[in-house]
Design a binder for this molecule. Structure first.
Ligand SMILES: [Zn+2]
Length: 132
């Protein structure tokens, strides 16, 4: 994590603020700017200031989202590790009507052992495509 962002104490931006910011960014991009030499673009400058004042809550929301993503990645890695231990790494052997002869799967859906091998990255071949 970024130590500067960690020092921010704002409340994370809510969806309404995100929407307002998106609206302001679009407005800044699309409004008619004054021609060169005709003075300052005060409307644009005001929008830019308004946006800048609200970046703290945005950065806090980003920080929280990144933390949740890192935690989810760690949790998924743990689940893949358990899945690797629980699943059979022998390839599926598909029979009639979607059954897997290797693992005794008769539900007519993708064999969970084959799905597990794809999820843990041991195979990139969907179970349905494994040789019969
Ligand atoms: Zn199988």
């Amino acid at each position: 994590m970024n130590p500067l962002i960690d020092r921010l104490t704002h409340t994370a931006a809510d969806d309404k603020l995100i929407e307002q910011l998106a609206d302001a960014v679009l407005d800044r991009q699309t409004h008619i700017h004054p021609q060169p030499g005709s003075g300052e673009d005060l409307y644009c400058l005001n929008l830019t200031s308004w946006l800048g004042e609200r970046m703290g809550p945005i950065l806090v929301r980003l920080r929280e989202a990144e933390r949740r993503l890192a935690a989810a990645d760690e949790e998924a890695a743990g689940m893949r590790s358990v899945l690797d231990l629980l699943s059979d790494d022998e390839p599926c052997s598909l029979g009639v009507r979607g059954t897997c002869m290797q693992h005794g799967w008769t539900q007519g859906t993708t064999c969970p052992h084959g799905r597990a091998q794809v999820l843990i990255g041991a195979s990139d071949v969907p179970a349905e495509a494994v040789a019969r």
